[in-house]
Design a protein around this ligand. Structure first.
Ligand code: GAR
Length: 194
């Protein structure tokens, strides 16, 4: 299956996908897309000789239009948002209906929405006093974190003393869940694009 992965930061979820599918040609990452040309995830793209494209923040609408053409020409079937923090254009979303998935570091619908990314999510979870958190994979629609949920994995955070400890526990779960969901999509156990 031909994939694109969108990233904004450190890229550990991108790495988990590359590691999982290493030496097996089930998935091919055709392109890495970012809105942050300085992000660490681009080093991973370069190390693995994967082409990348940076969306210009001042002309993001044009960037998304360009990507629609490019990804269609490349016959990309699945778009994975792995720590990508920019809202996609509605035109981009409607061109790839049910073909864009996102990983979120909490149990949606709780702790989602605009501004809820990275450590902000874990701070909110910590302040809530919840003893369980987790990761969610969902289809992407025009708003933040509201698309249909595909999979969730829970983790016990009752022993966590800081938001950073929660983040570390959830990240471990993310690195297992995201490649597994992609694998299930490739195997047809999870249906996309309908
Ligand atoms: C991950 O924890 C991901 O779930 C989160 O950003 C982190 C990216 O880490 N995404 C969001 O918060 C989206 N709302 P990574 O760059 O190391 O994969």
């Amino acid at each position: 299956m031909r994939l694109t992965v969108f990233v904004s930061g450190r890229g550990s979820n991108l790495k988990s996908i590359l590691d999982y599918f290493n030496l097996n040609n089930k998935v091919e990452i055709k392109l890495i897309v970012t809105d942050n040309s300085l992000c660490k995830a681009l080093d991973i793209a370069k190390q693995n000789n994967i082409p990348f494209y940076c969306i210009d923040k001042k002309n993001s609408e044009q960037g998304f239009e360009y990507l629609i053409e490019l990804l269609k020409n490349e016959k990309v079937e699945l778009i994975v948002l792995a720590g990508f923090l920019k809202l996609l254009s509605s035109s981009f979303v409607s061109n790839f209906k049910q073909r864009i998935i996102n990983i979120h570091p909490a149990l949606l619908p709780a702790f989602g929405g605009e501004g809820m990314y990275g450590i902000n999510v874990h701070k909110a979870v910590f302040q809530s006093g919840d003893k369980i958190s987790g990761a969610t994979i969902h289809f992407v629609d025009e708003t933040y974190d509201t698309g249909n949920i595909i999979a969730q994995e829970k983790v016990d955070i009752s022993e966590c003393k800081t938001p950073e400890e929660i983040a570390a526990k959830v990240l471990t779960i993310e690195h297992q869940l995201l490649p597994k969901v992609i694998n299930d999509i490739v195997d047809g156990k999870i249906v996309i694009g309908n």
